[in-house]
Design a protein around this ligand. Structure first.
Ligand SMILES: [Zn+2]
Length: 83
């Protein structure tokens, strides 16, 4: 458990989606961080940072995977809009 550096006591873990930019691409990953319920300060442990790094790499790989079915409608509609 982490304690809030502002002296509010124990921080709680919170899981939420966040968007990060990696090599010029916006990736949405699920990250678990510690949040202080009093002041809302966020902190990540070294382990959590390592997990986030893995999530980014996974999401980056997914981004380029051509057989990903959810990517296809978006890619086609964007193509049709452009011309
Ligand atoms: Zn606090």
């Amino acid at each position: 458990m982490l304690s809030c550096p502002n002296g509010h006591g124990e921080m709680q873990t919170s899981e939420h989606d966040r968007t990060v930019q990696f090599r010029g691409i916006d990736l949405t990953i699920r990250a678990e961080v510690y949040v202080c319920p009093t002041c809302g300060l966020e902190a990540g442990t070294i382990e959590q940072c390592a997990v986030i790094q893995d999530e980014i790499i996974d999401a980056y790989a997914d981004h380029w995977r051509p057989s990903r079915p959810t990517m296809r409608p978006n890619a086609y509609s964007r193509m049709n809009h452009g011309r």
